[in-house]
Design a binder for this molecule. Structure first.
Ligand SMILES: [Mn+2]
Length: 429
C-alpha cells in the first residue's frame, strides 16, 4: 500500500491519523527496506511539555495532509513518563486521543533500530537536533518552527525556518495552518488551543502571550471541539457578544489545565526533577584542553521547602546527576507565594566533583565561574536564598557537591536561564 495515499486520504479524526501514521512508520522501520527514509520525523524538545507534543502532532499533520510528505510525530520520552504530566493526558483526552500510550510514537519505540531508520527531521519547539539521533548518513533538518533562542543551525536546509519569540510554539504552527485553505480537525484545534493557554497563563494580559498567541487562539476556538459549548454560553449570556473569542470560556479551560499541571502532589523528588527536564553539553574554551561537560536544568513547580529539605536536594539531586552523567544540575522552581499568590522562582545549583570530565579538571575555576556569572546576570536578578544559601544541609553537607540556592526574577524562565548558562560556560576567557 502506498503510504502517501493512504495517509492523505485516510480517516480524518486526529486519533486515527496518529495511530495510522505510527503503525505505518513502525512497519516501514521494521521491514528495513529503506522505506522509513521517506518519512519526516517531527520532534519537540525533550522536556515533553504540551507545547512540544501539540506542535509536533500539528506539524506532522500539516506536512502529511497539506504538503503530502509522510510525517510522524515522535515523543522524546518513555511511554510511562507521559503520566508525569497530568495536563498532557487531559488535553490529549479533550482532543480525542484517549489511549495516547498506544496511539503516539515514543522514542523508546524506535531505540532498537541502529542506525536510526530515518534521516529527515522537522524540529518544533527547539532548534538543534539532539545528538541521540544518528541515522545512516547525514541527518537532514528539513523544517524548524520554534520560539527559543536561535542557534543559527540548518540555515540552508530548513524550510520553513521560523524561529521567533511567542508565548507558545504552537501559535507559530497555527499561523502556518491559518495561511492555508485547509480545514483542520476540531480535535487538533483543541489540542493546540490547550497548549497555548497553558504556556500563556490563559492569555493573561501582561503575561507571556504576545499578538501571535492571541491571534492563534482566536483562530482556533471556533474551529475546536468546544464550539458548541462556547456558543451555548453565548446564547445564554444576556449581553450580545461580538467576537467568538470568549474570555470566560478561555479562563475556565485554562484554569482546568493549570490545576492539572500544578497538581504534582503524587510525585516524589526524583519525578519532580525529571518531569520537565532539559540537558546541555558545553565545551569549555577557557579550560586547558577544552573539556566537555554536561549540565541539566529541571523546572519544578514546587518550592524547595516543600520537597527538597533535610538534604533531599543534595541526595536526590546527586542521584539524578549520576543517572544522567551530569557535572552541573540547575533546579528551577516556580510557584505562587503564600501572600497574594504572587509568582516566585528559586534556583538551586549543584556542581558534582567526583567524576571530572578530564584528569586534573579545575572544579574551583568552574565553580567560581558559575557563581559569579549567575550572580552578575542582569536579567536573572539573583538574591541569596535566606534559608538554603548553601543548600539544604548547610555548607559542608556532601563533600563532592558544591551547592548554592538563590531567589530570582519571577519572570525569567528556563528560556532565559539556559542561554545564560551557555554563555558562562562557553566564554572564551
Ligand atoms: Mn515551547
Amino acid at each position: 500500500m502506498n503510504v502517501l495515499n493512504s495517509l492523505a486520504s485516510g480517516p480524518s479524526t486526529l486519533a486515527d491519523f496518529l495511530s495510522s501514521s505510527k503503525e505505518q512508520y513502525l512497519q516501514d522501520a521494521r521491514n528495513g527496506s529503506g522505506k522509513a527514509k521517506e518519512w519526516t520525523v517531527v520532534m519537540g524538545n525533550e522536556a515533553g511539555d504540551l507545547d512540544s507534543i501539540a506542535s509536533s502532532i500539528a506539524f506532522s499533520w500539516l506536512r502529511t495532509k497539506v504538503l503530502h510528505q509522510p510525517s510522524v510525530s515522535l515523543l522524546r520520552m518513555d511511554r510511562d513518563d507521559l503520566n508525569l504530566r497530568a495536563e498532557n493526558l487531559h488535553a490529549l483526552a479533550l482532543a480525542g486521543v484517549s489511549r495516547p500510550k498506544d496511539q503516539l510514537l515514543f522514542v523508546t519505540d524506535v531505540t532498537n533500530y541502529h542506525p536510526f531508520p530515518s534521516h529527515k527531521f522537522a524540529l518544533v519547539d527547539h532548534n538543534r537536533l539532539s545528538s541521540a539521533f544518528t541515522p545512516e548518513g547525514q541527518p537532514l533538518v528539513v523544517a524548524i518552527v520554534d520560539h527559543h533562542a536561535d542557534e543559527n543551525l540548518y540555515v540552508d536546509s530548513a524550510e520553513p525556518r521560523i524561529i521567533t519569540p511567542s508565548g507558545s510554539c504552537a501559535s507559530h504552527i497555527v499561523t502556518l495552518l491559518s495561511s492555508l485553505t485547509v480545514e483542520i480537525p476540531p480535535e487538533l484545534a483543541t489540542l493546540l488551543l490547550s497548549a497555548i493557554l497553558i504556556d500563556t497563563d490563559g492569555l493573561k494580559p501582561g503575561g507571556k502571550a504576545i499578538d501571535v498567541d492571541r491571534k492563534a487562539a482566536d483562530f482556533l476556538l471556533p474551529r475546536s471541539t468546544f464550539t458548541s459549548s462556547v456558543n451555548m454560553l453565548e446564547t445564554t449570556d444576556a449581553a450580545p457578544s461580538g467576537p467568538v473569542f470568549n474570555p470566560e470560556f478561555i479562563q475556565s479551560l485554562s484554569d482546568e489545565l493549570s490545576t492539572k499541571k500544578n497538581d504534582v502532589s503524587h510525585l516524589g523528588p526524583r519525578d519532580l526533577l525529571r518531569r520537565d527536564y532539559k540537558e546541555y553539553e558545553f565545551v569549555l574554551p577557557w579550560h586547558a584542553a577544552e573539556p566537555q561537560i554536561r549540565a541539566g536544568l529541571s523546572t519544578v513547580p514546587v518550592k524547595l521547602e516543600d520537597w527538597a529539605v533535610d538534604g533531599k536536594l543534595e541526595t536526590e539531586g546527586e542521584a539524578w546527576m549520576k543517572e544522567r552523567g551530569l557535572h552541573i544540575l540547575g533546579v528551577l522552581t516556580a510557584y505562587r507565594g503564600a501572600t497574594k499568590g504572587k509568582r516566585k522562582r528559586e534556583m538551586a545549583w549543584i556542581i558534582r566533583t567526583d567524576t571530572p570530565p578530564t584528569d586534573g579538571f579545575d572544579f574551583d575555576a568552574l565553580t567560581e565561574r558559575l557563581w559569579s556569572g549567575l550572580e552578575a546576570d542582569s536579567v536573572l536578578e539573583l538574591k541569596e536564598h535566606k534559608n538554603f544559601a548553601h543548600g539544604t544541609q548547610g555548607p559542608i553537607s556532601v563533600p563532592e557537591l558544591r551547592v548554592r540556592c538563590y531567589i530570582q526574577n519571577p519572570h525569567a524562565t528556563r528560556k532565559v536561564t539556559a542561554p545564560v548558562l551557555k554563555a558562562i560556560m562557553e566564554a572564551e576567557t
